[in-house]
Design a protein around this ligand. Structure first.
Ligand code: M6R
Length: 628
Protein backbone atom coordinates (compact mmCIF):
# COMPACT_ATOMS: atom_id res chain seq x y z
CA UNK A 1 0.00 0.00 0.00
CA UNK A 2 2.74 2.43 0.95
CA UNK A 3 5.16 3.87 -1.60
CA UNK A 4 8.95 3.86 -1.33
CA UNK A 5 11.62 5.74 -3.25
CA UNK A 6 15.36 6.12 -2.78
CA UNK A 7 18.22 7.76 -4.65
CA UNK A 8 21.93 8.26 -4.16
CA UNK A 9 24.11 10.22 -6.56
CA UNK A 10 26.19 13.34 -6.85
CA UNK A 11 23.40 15.91 -7.13
CA UNK A 12 20.87 16.95 -4.46
CA UNK A 13 18.12 14.34 -4.19
CA UNK A 14 15.30 16.26 -2.55
CA UNK A 15 13.46 17.00 -5.81
CA UNK A 16 14.10 13.50 -7.17
CA UNK A 17 12.46 12.02 -4.07
CA UNK A 18 9.48 14.36 -4.29
CA UNK A 19 8.85 13.61 -7.96
CA UNK A 20 9.19 9.86 -7.27
CA UNK A 21 6.63 10.17 -4.46
CA UNK A 22 4.28 12.05 -6.77
CA UNK A 23 4.42 9.15 -9.19
CA UNK A 24 3.31 6.87 -6.36
CA UNK A 25 0.36 9.02 -5.32
CA UNK A 26 -2.05 6.88 -7.33
CA UNK A 27 -1.68 4.15 -4.71
CA UNK A 28 -3.51 6.23 -2.14
CA UNK A 29 -1.80 7.45 1.04
CA UNK A 30 -2.29 9.65 4.07
CA UNK A 31 1.15 11.06 4.83
CA UNK A 32 4.58 11.44 3.29
CA UNK A 33 8.17 12.06 4.24
CA UNK A 34 11.83 11.96 3.30
CA UNK A 35 15.18 11.38 5.04
CA UNK A 36 18.28 12.84 3.41
CA UNK A 37 21.88 12.46 4.54
CA UNK A 38 23.60 15.71 5.40
CA UNK A 39 26.52 16.19 3.02
CA UNK A 40 30.04 15.41 4.20
CA UNK A 41 31.71 18.09 6.28
CA UNK A 42 34.93 19.98 5.49
CA UNK A 43 37.71 17.77 4.20
CA UNK A 44 35.24 15.03 3.36
CA UNK A 45 34.65 14.15 7.02
CA UNK A 46 31.29 12.44 7.39
CA UNK A 47 28.54 14.57 8.87
CA UNK A 48 26.77 11.86 10.86
CA UNK A 49 23.32 13.29 10.61
CA UNK A 50 20.10 12.95 8.67
CA UNK A 51 17.47 15.51 7.80
CA UNK A 52 14.08 13.89 8.32
CA UNK A 53 10.90 15.69 7.28
CA UNK A 54 7.57 13.90 7.43
CA UNK A 55 4.02 15.12 7.70
CA UNK A 56 0.42 14.06 7.42
CA UNK A 57 -1.27 15.00 4.14
CA UNK A 58 -0.34 15.17 0.50
CA UNK A 59 3.08 15.14 -1.16
CA UNK A 60 2.36 18.69 -2.36
CA UNK A 61 2.21 19.78 1.29
CA UNK A 62 5.54 18.12 2.00
CA UNK A 63 6.98 19.80 -1.07
CA UNK A 64 5.90 23.26 0.08
CA UNK A 65 7.37 22.63 3.52
CA UNK A 66 10.68 21.60 1.94
CA UNK A 67 10.72 24.59 -0.39
CA UNK A 68 11.95 26.80 2.42
CA UNK A 69 14.64 24.42 3.63
CA UNK A 70 18.07 24.01 2.19
CA UNK A 71 18.65 20.28 1.84
CA UNK A 72 21.72 19.79 -0.31
CA UNK A 73 22.20 16.07 0.52
CA UNK A 74 22.69 13.67 -2.37
CA UNK A 75 21.48 10.45 -0.74
CA UNK A 76 17.97 9.93 0.59
CA UNK A 77 14.83 7.85 0.92
CA UNK A 78 11.15 8.82 0.74
CA UNK A 79 7.76 7.34 1.55
CA UNK A 80 4.03 7.71 1.14
CA UNK A 81 2.19 6.01 4.01
CA UNK A 82 -1.14 4.23 3.92
CA UNK A 83 -1.99 3.77 7.59
CA UNK A 84 -2.21 0.25 8.93
CA UNK A 85 -0.78 0.34 12.47
CA UNK A 86 -1.46 3.73 14.00
CA UNK A 87 -3.68 6.49 12.67
CA UNK A 88 -2.57 8.89 9.94
CA UNK A 89 -0.45 11.48 11.77
CA UNK A 90 2.85 13.27 11.45
CA UNK A 91 4.39 11.12 14.20
CA UNK A 92 3.36 7.95 12.37
CA UNK A 93 4.57 9.15 8.96
CA UNK A 94 7.78 7.53 7.68
CA UNK A 95 10.80 7.68 7.65
CA UNK A 96 11.27 6.34 11.17
CA UNK A 97 14.61 6.64 12.89
CA UNK A 98 16.78 4.93 15.49
CA UNK A 99 17.31 6.34 19.00
CA UNK A 100 20.49 8.12 17.86
CA UNK A 101 18.64 9.49 14.84
CA UNK A 102 21.35 8.25 12.49
CA UNK A 103 19.46 5.35 10.87
CA UNK A 104 16.26 6.00 8.89
CA UNK A 105 13.89 3.41 7.47
CA UNK A 106 10.92 3.48 5.11
CA UNK A 107 8.73 0.39 4.91
CA UNK A 108 5.87 -1.04 2.92
CA UNK A 109 4.12 -4.07 4.43
CA UNK A 110 3.12 -5.30 7.85
CA UNK A 111 5.40 -6.54 10.64
CA UNK A 112 3.30 -9.19 12.29
CA UNK A 113 5.45 -9.66 15.40
CA UNK A 114 6.01 -5.94 15.96
CA UNK A 115 4.26 -5.91 19.36
CA UNK A 116 6.67 -8.41 20.90
CA UNK A 117 9.70 -6.80 19.21
CA UNK A 118 8.65 -3.37 20.44
CA UNK A 119 8.24 -4.64 24.00
CA UNK A 120 11.71 -6.23 23.89
CA UNK A 121 13.29 -3.11 22.44
CA UNK A 122 11.67 -0.84 25.02
CA UNK A 123 12.91 -3.18 27.76
CA UNK A 124 16.43 -2.72 26.37
CA UNK A 125 16.08 1.06 26.56
CA UNK A 126 14.89 2.04 23.08
CA UNK A 127 12.62 5.04 22.81
CA UNK A 128 9.65 4.97 20.43
CA UNK A 129 7.93 8.01 18.99
CA UNK A 130 5.18 6.49 16.85
CA UNK A 131 2.43 3.86 17.01
CA UNK A 132 3.65 2.10 13.87
CA UNK A 133 4.86 -1.45 13.38
CA UNK A 134 7.68 -0.04 11.21
CA UNK A 135 9.45 1.78 14.01
CA UNK A 136 10.86 -1.48 15.39
CA UNK A 137 13.07 -1.69 12.28
CA UNK A 138 15.44 1.26 12.82
CA UNK A 139 15.90 0.14 16.42
CA UNK A 140 16.64 -3.46 15.48
CA UNK A 141 19.09 -2.27 12.82
CA UNK A 142 20.66 0.13 15.31
CA UNK A 143 21.34 -2.75 17.73
CA UNK A 144 22.87 -4.87 15.00
CA UNK A 145 24.95 -1.95 13.72
CA UNK A 146 26.27 -0.88 17.12
CA UNK A 147 26.63 -4.39 18.50
CA UNK A 148 24.30 -3.63 21.39
CA UNK A 149 23.02 -6.75 23.18
CA UNK A 150 19.81 -7.78 21.42
CA UNK A 151 19.07 -10.95 23.32
CA UNK A 152 20.09 -13.17 20.41
CA UNK A 153 23.71 -13.61 21.47
CA UNK A 154 24.96 -11.99 18.22
CA UNK A 155 26.40 -9.04 20.00
CA UNK A 156 29.41 -7.99 17.92
CA UNK A 157 29.07 -4.68 16.11
CA UNK A 158 28.79 -4.90 12.35
CA UNK A 159 29.39 -1.22 11.54
CA UNK A 160 28.17 -2.31 8.15
CA UNK A 161 24.66 -1.26 7.21
CA UNK A 162 24.08 -4.18 4.84
CA UNK A 163 25.03 -6.77 7.46
CA UNK A 164 23.06 -4.96 10.14
CA UNK A 165 19.94 -4.89 7.98
CA UNK A 166 20.27 -8.56 7.14
CA UNK A 167 20.74 -9.48 10.78
CA UNK A 168 17.83 -7.31 11.95
CA UNK A 169 15.42 -8.66 9.35
CA UNK A 170 15.96 -12.19 10.61
CA UNK A 171 13.95 -11.18 13.68
CA UNK A 172 11.01 -9.95 11.64
CA UNK A 173 7.87 -11.93 10.77
CA UNK A 174 5.63 -10.40 8.15
CA UNK A 175 5.80 -8.60 4.84
CA UNK A 176 8.24 -5.87 4.01
CA UNK A 177 9.89 -3.83 1.32
CA UNK A 178 12.33 -1.46 3.03
CA UNK A 179 14.95 1.14 2.27
CA UNK A 180 17.47 2.12 4.93
CA UNK A 181 20.07 4.82 5.12
CA UNK A 182 22.60 5.50 7.85
CA UNK A 183 24.43 8.77 8.51
CA UNK A 184 27.66 6.86 9.29
CA UNK A 185 27.76 5.52 5.73
CA UNK A 186 27.68 8.46 3.34
CA UNK A 187 25.96 7.76 0.06
CA UNK A 188 24.74 4.28 1.03
CA UNK A 189 21.17 2.96 0.88
CA UNK A 190 20.33 -0.68 1.62
CA UNK A 191 17.10 -2.24 0.45
CA UNK A 192 15.50 -5.65 0.85
CA UNK A 193 12.08 -7.23 0.58
CA UNK A 194 9.72 -10.07 1.47
CA UNK A 195 6.23 -10.19 -0.05
CA UNK A 196 6.38 -6.47 -0.92
CA UNK A 197 7.86 -5.22 -4.16
CA UNK A 198 11.21 -3.44 -4.54
CA UNK A 199 12.66 -2.41 -7.89
CA UNK A 200 16.23 -1.15 -8.22
CA UNK A 201 17.95 0.56 -11.15
CA UNK A 202 21.04 2.47 -12.18
CA UNK A 203 20.50 5.82 -13.90
CA UNK A 204 23.01 7.96 -15.78
CA UNK A 205 24.68 9.28 -12.66
CA UNK A 206 22.80 7.90 -9.67
CA UNK A 207 21.36 4.71 -8.19
CA UNK A 208 17.62 4.41 -7.58
CA UNK A 209 15.08 2.19 -5.88
CA UNK A 210 11.31 2.25 -5.56
CA UNK A 211 8.38 0.08 -4.60
CA UNK A 212 6.92 0.56 -8.07
CA UNK A 213 8.59 0.78 -11.43
CA UNK A 214 6.65 3.88 -12.28
CA UNK A 215 8.79 5.93 -9.90
CA UNK A 216 12.00 4.88 -11.71
CA UNK A 217 10.92 5.21 -15.29
CA UNK A 218 12.39 8.68 -15.86
CA UNK A 219 15.78 7.53 -14.56
CA UNK A 220 16.23 4.14 -16.18
CA UNK A 221 14.53 1.45 -18.26
CA UNK A 222 16.87 -1.30 -17.01
CA UNK A 223 15.69 -2.48 -13.64
CA UNK A 224 16.19 -5.33 -11.22
CA UNK A 225 13.10 -6.64 -9.47
CA UNK A 226 14.29 -8.02 -6.15
CA UNK A 227 13.06 -11.44 -5.05
CA UNK A 228 12.19 -12.28 -1.44
CA UNK A 229 15.25 -12.17 0.82
CA UNK A 230 17.51 -10.48 -1.73
CA UNK A 231 19.23 -7.21 -0.85
CA UNK A 232 20.81 -4.39 -2.79
CA UNK A 233 23.40 -1.87 -1.61
CA UNK A 234 23.17 1.38 -3.53
CA UNK A 235 25.98 3.94 -3.71
CA UNK A 236 26.48 6.94 -5.98
CA UNK A 237 28.81 4.82 -8.14
CA UNK A 238 26.80 1.64 -8.52
CA UNK A 239 24.67 -1.09 -7.03
CA UNK A 240 25.68 -4.44 -5.56
CA UNK A 241 23.13 -7.21 -5.31
CA UNK A 242 23.04 -10.05 -2.77
CA UNK A 243 21.04 -13.25 -2.77
CA UNK A 244 18.97 -14.47 0.17
CA UNK A 245 22.06 -16.18 1.65
CA UNK A 246 24.00 -12.91 1.55
CA UNK A 247 26.28 -13.83 -1.37
CA UNK A 248 26.96 -11.16 -3.99
CA UNK A 249 25.05 -12.05 -7.17
CA UNK A 250 24.75 -10.97 -10.77
CA UNK A 251 21.67 -8.81 -11.22
CA UNK A 252 18.76 -10.05 -13.38
CA UNK A 253 18.14 -6.99 -15.46
CA UNK A 254 14.73 -6.47 -16.98
CA UNK A 255 14.47 -3.96 -19.78
CA UNK A 256 11.22 -2.05 -19.62
CA UNK A 257 9.94 -0.66 -22.84
CA UNK A 258 6.95 1.20 -21.47
CA UNK A 259 5.87 4.78 -21.89
CA UNK A 260 4.49 6.61 -18.86
CA UNK A 261 0.89 5.72 -19.68
CA UNK A 262 1.78 2.03 -19.86
CA UNK A 263 3.82 2.28 -16.69
CA UNK A 264 0.87 3.76 -14.83
CA UNK A 265 -1.13 0.80 -16.01
CA UNK A 266 1.61 -1.59 -14.89
CA UNK A 267 2.24 -2.54 -18.52
CA UNK A 268 -1.39 -3.54 -19.08
CA UNK A 269 -3.51 -1.99 -21.82
CA UNK A 270 -6.11 -0.60 -19.43
CA UNK A 271 -6.62 0.06 -15.73
CA UNK A 272 -9.45 -2.43 -15.50
CA UNK A 273 -7.26 -5.41 -16.35
CA UNK A 274 -4.44 -4.10 -14.17
CA UNK A 275 -6.85 -3.89 -11.27
CA UNK A 276 -8.35 -7.32 -11.95
CA UNK A 277 -4.84 -8.80 -11.95
CA UNK A 278 -4.08 -7.18 -8.60
CA UNK A 279 -6.78 -9.19 -6.85
CA UNK A 280 -4.54 -11.94 -5.42
CA UNK A 281 -2.55 -9.18 -3.72
CA UNK A 282 -5.74 -7.55 -2.45
CA UNK A 283 -6.76 -10.82 -0.77
CA UNK A 284 -3.34 -11.17 0.84
CA UNK A 285 -3.11 -7.54 1.96
CA UNK A 286 -6.64 -7.45 3.35
CA UNK A 287 -5.92 -10.53 5.45
CA UNK A 288 -2.40 -9.53 6.47
CA UNK A 289 -2.00 -8.87 10.16
CA UNK A 290 -5.52 -10.07 11.00
CA UNK A 291 -4.52 -13.37 12.66
CA UNK A 292 -2.35 -12.40 15.61
CA UNK A 293 -1.18 -15.23 17.87
CA UNK A 294 -3.87 -17.47 16.39
CA UNK A 295 -6.65 -14.96 17.18
CA UNK A 296 -8.69 -13.10 14.60
CA UNK A 297 -8.08 -9.42 15.31
CA UNK A 298 -10.07 -6.47 13.98
CA UNK A 299 -9.16 -3.70 16.41
CA UNK A 300 -10.81 -1.06 14.25
CA UNK A 301 -14.25 -2.46 15.03
CA UNK A 302 -14.20 -0.30 18.13
CA UNK A 303 -16.53 -2.80 19.83
CA UNK A 304 -15.61 -5.25 22.57
CA UNK A 305 -16.50 -8.94 22.11
CA UNK A 306 -19.27 -8.36 24.70
CA UNK A 307 -20.70 -5.49 22.63
CA UNK A 308 -20.46 -7.59 19.47
CA UNK A 309 -22.29 -10.37 21.25
CA UNK A 310 -25.23 -8.03 21.96
CA UNK A 311 -25.82 -7.25 18.28
CA UNK A 312 -29.13 -8.75 17.23
CA UNK A 313 -29.72 -7.22 13.80
CA UNK A 314 -27.43 -6.11 10.98
CA UNK A 315 -28.21 -3.82 8.07
CA UNK A 316 -25.73 -3.60 5.23
CA UNK A 317 -26.23 -0.37 3.29
CA UNK A 318 -24.43 0.32 0.03
CA UNK A 319 -24.86 1.05 -3.68
CA UNK A 320 -23.93 -0.74 -6.90
CA UNK A 321 -21.06 -3.18 -6.63
CA UNK A 322 -20.75 -2.49 -2.92
CA UNK A 323 -24.39 -3.51 -2.53
CA UNK A 324 -23.53 -6.84 -4.14
CA UNK A 325 -20.71 -7.33 -1.63
CA UNK A 326 -23.45 -6.68 0.96
CA UNK A 327 -25.55 -9.54 -0.44
CA UNK A 328 -22.60 -11.84 0.18
CA UNK A 329 -22.20 -10.43 3.70
CA UNK A 330 -25.84 -11.23 4.46
CA UNK A 331 -25.30 -14.83 3.44
CA UNK A 332 -22.16 -15.16 5.59
CA UNK A 333 -23.34 -13.28 8.68
CA UNK A 334 -26.57 -15.30 8.80
CA UNK A 335 -24.74 -18.54 8.00
CA UNK A 336 -21.91 -18.12 10.53
CA UNK A 337 -23.18 -15.74 13.22
CA UNK A 338 -26.94 -16.45 12.92
CA UNK A 339 -27.75 -12.73 13.15
CA UNK A 340 -30.68 -11.59 10.98
CA UNK A 341 -29.17 -9.37 8.28
CA UNK A 342 -30.79 -7.13 5.70
CA UNK A 343 -29.06 -5.58 2.72
CA UNK A 344 -30.49 -2.40 1.43
CA UNK A 345 -29.68 0.09 -1.30
CA UNK A 346 -28.57 3.17 0.63
CA UNK A 347 -30.87 5.32 -1.51
CA UNK A 348 -33.88 3.38 -0.18
CA UNK A 349 -32.72 2.94 3.40
CA UNK A 350 -32.52 6.67 4.01
CA UNK A 351 -36.12 7.28 2.99
CA UNK A 352 -37.90 4.65 5.00
CA UNK A 353 -38.14 4.05 8.67
CA UNK A 354 -36.03 0.97 9.35
CA UNK A 355 -36.28 -0.72 12.74
CA UNK A 356 -33.15 0.38 14.56
CA UNK A 357 -32.31 -0.18 18.21
CA UNK A 358 -29.06 0.28 20.16
CA UNK A 359 -28.25 -3.39 19.41
CA UNK A 360 -28.47 -2.83 15.64
CA UNK A 361 -25.23 -2.77 13.66
CA UNK A 362 -25.29 -0.85 10.40
CA UNK A 363 -22.47 -1.73 8.02
CA UNK A 364 -21.89 0.90 5.35
CA UNK A 365 -19.88 -0.36 2.37
CA UNK A 366 -18.39 2.11 -0.09
CA UNK A 367 -15.25 1.92 -2.22
CA UNK A 368 -14.94 5.70 -2.56
CA UNK A 369 -16.24 6.43 0.91
CA UNK A 370 -18.08 9.43 -0.44
CA UNK A 371 -21.23 8.08 -2.10
CA UNK A 372 -23.93 10.59 -1.19
CA UNK A 373 -26.71 8.07 -0.53
CA UNK A 374 -24.51 5.87 1.65
CA UNK A 375 -23.36 8.87 3.68
CA UNK A 376 -26.90 10.11 4.19
CA UNK A 377 -27.92 6.62 5.32
CA UNK A 378 -25.04 6.52 7.82
CA UNK A 379 -26.08 9.84 9.31
CA UNK A 380 -29.67 8.71 9.55
CA UNK A 381 -28.72 5.40 11.19
CA UNK A 382 -26.57 7.13 13.78
CA UNK A 383 -29.31 9.58 14.68
CA UNK A 384 -31.57 6.58 15.23
CA UNK A 385 -29.03 5.09 17.65
CA UNK A 386 -27.34 2.38 15.57
CA UNK A 387 -23.64 1.61 15.73
CA UNK A 388 -22.25 2.23 12.26
CA UNK A 389 -19.32 0.36 10.87
CA UNK A 390 -17.73 1.50 7.59
CA UNK A 391 -15.93 -0.58 4.99
CA UNK A 392 -14.12 1.64 2.53
CA UNK A 393 -11.06 1.85 0.36
CA UNK A 394 -10.26 5.51 0.92
CA UNK A 395 -8.47 6.64 4.04
CA UNK A 396 -10.02 9.56 5.81
CA UNK A 397 -13.03 9.51 3.47
CA UNK A 398 -16.38 10.75 4.81
CA UNK A 399 -17.60 7.18 5.34
CA UNK A 400 -14.50 6.47 7.43
CA UNK A 401 -14.83 9.69 9.40
CA UNK A 402 -18.53 9.39 10.11
CA UNK A 403 -18.58 5.74 11.17
CA UNK A 404 -17.94 4.42 14.69
CA UNK A 405 -15.36 1.98 13.33
CA UNK A 406 -13.88 1.29 9.92
CA UNK A 407 -12.12 -1.49 8.03
CA UNK A 408 -10.06 -0.25 5.12
CA UNK A 409 -10.03 -2.62 2.17
CA UNK A 410 -6.49 -2.92 0.91
CA UNK A 411 -7.27 -2.49 -2.77
CA UNK A 412 -5.15 0.66 -3.33
CA UNK A 413 -6.58 3.37 -5.49
CA UNK A 414 -9.04 2.03 -8.04
CA UNK A 415 -9.04 4.02 -11.25
CA UNK A 416 -11.29 2.11 -13.68
CA UNK A 417 -14.87 3.21 -13.14
CA UNK A 418 -16.06 -0.40 -12.95
CA UNK A 419 -15.15 -1.73 -9.52
CA UNK A 420 -13.23 -4.99 -9.52
CA UNK A 421 -10.45 -5.25 -6.97
CA UNK A 422 -12.34 -3.13 -4.44
CA UNK A 423 -15.22 -5.63 -4.62
CA UNK A 424 -12.85 -8.46 -3.71
CA UNK A 425 -11.42 -6.33 -0.88
CA UNK A 426 -14.96 -5.67 0.37
CA UNK A 427 -15.95 -9.34 0.25
CA UNK A 428 -12.81 -10.36 2.17
CA UNK A 429 -13.35 -7.59 4.75
CA UNK A 430 -17.01 -8.49 5.18
CA UNK A 431 -16.06 -12.15 5.58
CA UNK A 432 -13.69 -11.12 8.40
CA UNK A 433 -16.49 -9.15 10.01
CA UNK A 434 -18.83 -12.16 9.74
CA UNK A 435 -16.19 -14.39 11.34
CA UNK A 436 -15.71 -11.90 14.19
CA UNK A 437 -19.43 -11.79 14.84
CA UNK A 438 -19.62 -15.60 14.76
CA UNK A 439 -16.75 -15.80 17.23
CA UNK A 440 -18.24 -13.19 19.55
CA UNK A 441 -21.60 -14.98 19.48
CA UNK A 442 -19.93 -18.28 20.33
CA UNK A 443 -21.18 -19.80 17.08
CA UNK A 444 -17.73 -20.80 15.93
CA UNK A 445 -14.70 -22.17 17.71
CA UNK A 446 -11.31 -20.52 17.38
CA UNK A 447 -10.19 -23.58 15.43
CA UNK A 448 -13.01 -23.16 12.90
CA UNK A 449 -12.24 -19.45 12.53
CA UNK A 450 -8.57 -20.23 11.89
CA UNK A 451 -9.42 -22.91 9.33
CA UNK A 452 -11.75 -20.59 7.39
CA UNK A 453 -9.21 -17.76 7.60
CA UNK A 454 -6.54 -20.04 6.13
CA UNK A 455 -8.82 -21.17 3.33
CA UNK A 456 -9.74 -17.58 2.56
CA UNK A 457 -6.02 -16.84 2.22
CA UNK A 458 -5.72 -19.71 -0.27
CA UNK A 459 -8.08 -17.92 -2.65
CA UNK A 460 -5.21 -15.57 -3.60
CA UNK A 461 -3.47 -18.45 -5.39
CA UNK A 462 -6.74 -19.79 -6.69
CA UNK A 463 -7.47 -16.47 -8.42
CA UNK A 464 -4.00 -16.62 -9.94
CA UNK A 465 -4.82 -20.09 -11.27
CA UNK A 466 -7.83 -18.60 -13.09
CA UNK A 467 -5.57 -15.99 -14.71
CA UNK A 468 -3.03 -18.63 -15.68
CA UNK A 469 -5.40 -21.16 -17.21
CA UNK A 470 -8.80 -19.76 -18.18
CA UNK A 471 -8.06 -16.93 -20.60
CA UNK A 472 -8.81 -18.98 -23.75
CA UNK A 473 -12.14 -20.20 -22.35
CA UNK A 474 -13.12 -16.66 -21.36
CA UNK A 475 -12.20 -15.25 -24.78
CA UNK A 476 -14.21 -17.98 -26.50
CA UNK A 477 -17.27 -17.29 -24.35
CA UNK A 478 -16.94 -13.53 -24.94
CA UNK A 479 -16.83 -14.04 -28.71
CA UNK A 480 -19.97 -16.18 -28.47
CA UNK A 481 -22.03 -13.50 -26.75
CA UNK A 482 -20.63 -10.23 -28.07
CA UNK A 483 -23.42 -9.68 -30.61
CA UNK A 484 -26.28 -10.48 -28.26
CA UNK A 485 -28.78 -7.78 -27.32
CA UNK A 486 -29.36 -9.05 -23.84
CA UNK A 487 -28.06 -11.64 -21.40
CA UNK A 488 -29.29 -13.33 -18.24
CA UNK A 489 -27.09 -14.30 -15.30
CA UNK A 490 -28.49 -17.03 -13.06
CA UNK A 491 -27.28 -18.76 -9.92
CA UNK A 492 -28.57 -20.06 -6.63
CA UNK A 493 -27.55 -19.44 -3.04
CA UNK A 494 -24.44 -17.31 -2.67
CA UNK A 495 -23.86 -17.67 -6.42
CA UNK A 496 -26.89 -15.49 -7.13
CA UNK A 497 -25.03 -12.53 -5.54
CA UNK A 498 -22.05 -13.25 -7.81
CA UNK A 499 -24.42 -13.18 -10.78
CA UNK A 500 -25.79 -9.76 -9.80
CA UNK A 501 -22.24 -8.43 -9.83
CA UNK A 502 -21.43 -10.21 -13.12
CA UNK A 503 -24.49 -8.67 -14.80
CA UNK A 504 -23.66 -5.19 -13.50
CA UNK A 505 -20.08 -5.48 -14.78
CA UNK A 506 -21.26 -6.56 -18.21
CA UNK A 507 -23.87 -3.87 -18.63
CA UNK A 508 -21.79 -0.99 -17.33
CA UNK A 509 -18.79 -1.52 -19.59
CA UNK A 510 -20.16 -3.30 -22.68
CA UNK A 511 -23.62 -1.62 -22.81
CA UNK A 512 -25.10 -5.05 -23.42
CA UNK A 513 -28.32 -5.31 -21.44
CA UNK A 514 -27.94 -7.88 -18.67
CA UNK A 515 -30.03 -8.96 -15.71
CA UNK A 516 -29.38 -11.39 -12.91
CA UNK A 517 -31.89 -13.68 -11.28
CA UNK A 518 -31.92 -16.34 -8.63
CA UNK A 519 -32.08 -19.35 -10.96
CA UNK A 520 -35.26 -20.65 -9.31
CA UNK A 521 -37.03 -17.46 -10.40
CA UNK A 522 -36.48 -18.12 -14.09
CA UNK A 523 -39.71 -19.95 -14.68
CA UNK A 524 -41.68 -17.19 -12.94
CA UNK A 525 -41.09 -14.75 -15.78
CA UNK A 526 -37.59 -14.23 -17.20
CA UNK A 527 -37.63 -17.53 -19.10
CA UNK A 528 -40.03 -15.87 -21.54
CA UNK A 529 -37.05 -13.93 -22.88
CA UNK A 530 -35.17 -17.01 -23.98
CA UNK A 531 -35.09 -17.87 -27.63
CA UNK A 532 -32.43 -19.80 -29.57
CA UNK A 533 -28.96 -18.37 -29.00
CA UNK A 534 -29.95 -16.19 -26.01
CA UNK A 535 -26.93 -16.07 -23.64
CA UNK A 536 -27.48 -17.41 -20.14
CA UNK A 537 -24.44 -17.05 -17.91
CA UNK A 538 -24.43 -19.15 -14.78
CA UNK A 539 -22.28 -19.70 -11.73
CA UNK A 540 -22.76 -23.43 -11.19
CA UNK A 541 -19.92 -24.28 -8.86
CA UNK A 542 -20.07 -27.24 -6.46
CA UNK A 543 -22.43 -26.32 -3.63
CA UNK A 544 -25.43 -27.80 -1.82
CA UNK A 545 -27.67 -26.30 -4.54
CA UNK A 546 -25.64 -27.47 -7.54
CA UNK A 547 -28.25 -30.00 -8.70
CA UNK A 548 -31.02 -27.43 -8.41
CA UNK A 549 -29.01 -25.01 -10.56
CA UNK A 550 -28.51 -27.70 -13.19
CA UNK A 551 -32.28 -28.33 -13.30
CA UNK A 552 -32.89 -24.61 -13.91
CA UNK A 553 -30.24 -24.59 -16.65
CA UNK A 554 -31.94 -27.54 -18.34
CA UNK A 555 -35.09 -25.44 -18.61
CA UNK A 556 -33.06 -22.76 -20.38
CA UNK A 557 -31.27 -25.31 -22.58
CA UNK A 558 -34.62 -26.77 -23.66
CA UNK A 559 -35.52 -23.33 -25.07
CA UNK A 560 -32.32 -22.99 -27.03
CA UNK A 561 -30.29 -20.77 -24.64
CA UNK A 562 -26.54 -20.51 -25.20
CA UNK A 563 -25.19 -21.45 -21.78
CA UNK A 564 -21.91 -20.13 -20.45
CA UNK A 565 -21.07 -21.78 -17.15
CA UNK A 566 -18.57 -20.90 -14.46
CA UNK A 567 -18.01 -24.32 -12.90
CA UNK A 568 -15.69 -26.14 -10.54
CA UNK A 569 -12.46 -27.48 -12.01
CA UNK A 570 -12.97 -31.16 -12.83
CA UNK A 571 -16.73 -30.89 -13.39
CA UNK A 572 -16.95 -32.66 -16.76
CA UNK A 573 -20.72 -33.26 -16.52
CA UNK A 574 -21.45 -29.57 -16.93
CA UNK A 575 -20.20 -29.81 -20.51
CA UNK A 576 -23.33 -31.80 -21.39
CA UNK A 577 -25.45 -28.75 -20.82
CA UNK A 578 -23.12 -25.75 -21.21
CA UNK A 579 -21.85 -24.48 -24.57
CA UNK A 580 -18.88 -22.82 -22.89
CA UNK A 581 -17.30 -23.66 -19.54
CA UNK A 582 -14.93 -21.46 -17.53
CA UNK A 583 -13.41 -23.31 -14.61
CA UNK A 584 -12.54 -22.04 -11.15
CA UNK A 585 -10.70 -24.03 -8.47
CA UNK A 586 -12.71 -26.00 -5.91
CA UNK A 587 -13.29 -23.84 -2.83
CA UNK A 588 -15.70 -24.01 0.06
CA UNK A 589 -19.06 -22.58 -1.08
CA UNK A 590 -18.72 -19.52 1.20
CA UNK A 591 -15.56 -18.44 -0.65
CA UNK A 592 -16.96 -18.83 -4.17
CA UNK A 593 -17.62 -15.06 -4.43
CA UNK A 594 -13.87 -14.41 -4.11
CA UNK A 595 -12.99 -16.76 -6.95
CA UNK A 596 -16.01 -17.04 -9.25
CA UNK A 597 -16.53 -13.29 -9.60
CA UNK A 598 -13.13 -13.00 -11.28
CA UNK A 599 -14.02 -14.80 -14.55
CA UNK A 600 -17.19 -12.72 -14.80
CA UNK A 601 -15.11 -9.53 -14.54
CA UNK A 602 -12.81 -10.84 -17.26
CA UNK A 603 -15.75 -11.93 -19.40
CA UNK A 604 -17.37 -8.49 -19.14
CA UNK A 605 -14.11 -6.81 -20.13
CA UNK A 606 -13.55 -9.12 -23.11
CA UNK A 607 -17.09 -8.58 -24.38
CA UNK A 608 -16.69 -4.81 -23.94
CA UNK A 609 -13.42 -4.78 -25.88
CA UNK A 610 -14.93 -6.88 -28.68
CA UNK A 611 -17.76 -4.35 -28.86
CA UNK A 612 -15.23 -1.50 -29.09
CA UNK A 613 -16.02 0.04 -25.70
CA UNK A 614 -13.74 2.03 -23.41
CA UNK A 615 -13.50 -0.30 -20.42
CA UNK A 616 -11.96 2.26 -18.07
CA UNK A 617 -14.38 5.10 -18.62
CA UNK A 618 -17.79 3.85 -19.61
CA UNK A 619 -20.30 6.40 -20.81
CA UNK A 620 -22.61 8.14 -18.33
CA UNK A 621 -20.82 6.81 -15.25
CA UNK A 622 -18.63 8.48 -12.63
CA UNK A 623 -16.22 6.81 -10.26
CA UNK A 624 -17.75 8.39 -7.19
CA UNK A 625 -21.35 9.41 -7.02
CA UNK A 626 -21.42 12.36 -4.67
CA UNK A 627 -24.91 13.51 -5.57
CA UNK A 628 -28.18 11.94 -4.58
O1 M6R B 1 -17.81 4.13 -3.98
P1 M6R B 1 -18.98 3.23 -3.76
O2 M6R B 1 -18.61 1.82 -3.48
O3 M6R B 1 -19.92 3.75 -2.70
O4 M6R B 1 -19.77 3.26 -5.12
C1 M6R B 1 -20.97 2.58 -5.29
C2 M6R B 1 -21.33 2.45 -6.74
O5 M6R B 1 -21.48 3.70 -7.32
C3 M6R B 1 -20.26 1.65 -7.52
O6 M6R B 1 -20.07 0.40 -6.95
C4 M6R B 1 -20.69 1.47 -8.97
O7 M6R B 1 -21.80 0.63 -9.04
C5 M6R B 1 -19.53 0.94 -9.81
N1 M6R B 1 -19.52 1.58 -11.08
C6 M6R B 1 -19.60 -0.52 -10.04
O8 M6R B 1 -18.64 -1.00 -10.91
Amino acid sequence: MCGIVGCTGSAPVKDVLISGLKRLEYRGYDSAGIAVQKPAGPGGAPAPDLVVVHRVGKVAGLESELEHQSIPGTCGIGHTRWATHGRPSTANAHPHTSCAGDIAVVHNGIIENFAELREELIARGHHFTSETDTEVLPHLIEEAYEGAPDGTGAEEATHDLLRAVRRAMRRVVGAYGIAVTCAQEPGVIVTTRKDSPIVVGRGADASYLASDLIALIDATRDVVILEDGECARLTPDGITYYDAAGKAMEPRITHVDWDLDMAEKGGYPDFMIKEIMEQPRVVRDTLAGRMVGGELTIDELGLTPEELNLIDRVYVIACGTSYHAGLIAKNLIERWARIPTEVEAASEFRYRNPIITPSTLVVAVSQSGETADTLAAIRDARIKGAKVFGITNVIGSPVARESDGVIYTKANKEIAVASTKSFIGQVVSLSLLALSLAQAKGRMTTGEVRMLFREMGDTAEQIQWIFDTQEPAIEEAAAAMKDAHSALFVGRGIASAICYEGALKLKEISYLHAEAYAAGEMKHGPIALIDPGFPVITVATQSPVYDKTISNLKECEARGAKIIAVATEGDEDIKQIADHVIYVPRVRDCFTPITATVPLQLLARSVALLRGCDVDQPRNLAKSVTVE
